[in-house]
Design a protein around this ligand. Structure first.
Ligand code: 13P
Length: 287
């Protein structure tokens, strides 16, 4: 069932667990993430960045694919289809394409402009029954070719954006997208605690969920994080399984070159990773 992410994230916040938000990259990803969520009986968020949306031939293709797979594979757990790091225009495109949730990332804008645009999109999303995430303090690392550093959000700015009625809020706490450098000092729990004090019960979103030690993620969940984004770890698991298949020469045995065979180990690696993450986040059996 495709639903807004509001109820699942709110329930997660109230009960001390987090919803996994997994980025989609193609058909295999979509099948695998939904399969794992069903196996784990967990509510799930599937999300695409604007770059991935373009790669998959547009947001409407993504929305149709997700809806059709939910139906054909008898997926009964709640699924939200979310735009990850949306621009102002991207948000409107996803509203039209039938997404059930959007993120407006105005973190690079001056705070007043971020506020004005977020306010407008909150009204639009809620009118359509969709949930909306906003961001304060850019999340570093690499996202669609743009590289930043692990910033920390200002709690007062977080409160200003939270007060606009967003459903969940992404705030930088030293987290970054992609692979963490070996000398990464870890999440800033002091910053997270101050943000939590400033925003009250507002569910928080942890971006860059790949490669953060499990105990650190769980501590962040205990401090108000209710949605954890994961992309890179599924990509690495997929690449590793595919490489092993090729290196073992399996593509040269029989019809091992058939993409349905060649991509199968990678697809299963994504299923395994998503099931693992759902366990860590505590959302297993919360559907
Ligand atoms: P990772 O690729 O580091 O898991 O980050 C995903 C993310 O935060 C998407 O917004």
């Amino acid at each position: 069932m495709l639903v807004s992410a509001k109820d699942m994230v709110t329930a997660a916040r109230a009960n001390g667990y987090a919803i996994g938000a997994f980025n989609l990259n193609n058909l295999e990803w979509t099948k695998s993430v939904l399969k794992a969520a069903q196996e784990s009986n967990a509510p799930v968020i599937v999300q695409v960045s604007e770059g991935a949306g373009k790669y998959m031939c547009g947001f409407k293709t993504v929305a149709d694919m997700v809806r059709d797979i939910i139906e054909s594979q008898n997926i009964t757990v709640p699924v939200a289809l979310h735009l990850d790091h949306g621009t102002y225009d991207g948000c409107y495109k996803c509203i039209d394409a039938g997404f059930t949730s959007i993120m407006f990332d105005g973190s690079a804008l001056p705070i007043e402009e971020n506020i004005a645009k977020t306010k407008e999109l909150v009204a639009k999303a809620h009118e359509k029954g969709m949930s909306i995430e906003a961001e304060v303090g850019a999340i570093g690392g690499e996202e669609d070719g743009v590289v930043g550093m692990g910033e920390c959000a200002d709690p007062e700015e977080c409160a200003k954006i939270a007060d606009l009625g967003v459903d969940f809020l992404a705030a930088g706490i030293g987290n970054i997208h992609g692979v963490y450098p070996a000398n990464w000092p870890g999440l800033r729990f002091d910053v997270l605690e101050n943000i939590k004090k400033a925003v009250g019960n507002m569910p928080l979103v942890l971006h860059g969920g790949s490669g953060i030690p499990d105990e650190m993620v769980q501590k962040a969940i205990g401090l108000g994080v209710s949605k954890v984004n994961v992309n890179t770890e599924c990509q690495i698991a997929f690449a590793k399984a595919t490489r092993e298949y090729i290196e073992a020469g399996k593509d040269k045995q029989g019809k091992g070159f058939d993409p349905r065979k060649l991509l199968a180990p990678g697809a299963q690696a994504i299923v395994d990773m998503v099931n693992y993450k759902i366990n860590v986040f505590g959302s297993k059996d919360k559907a």
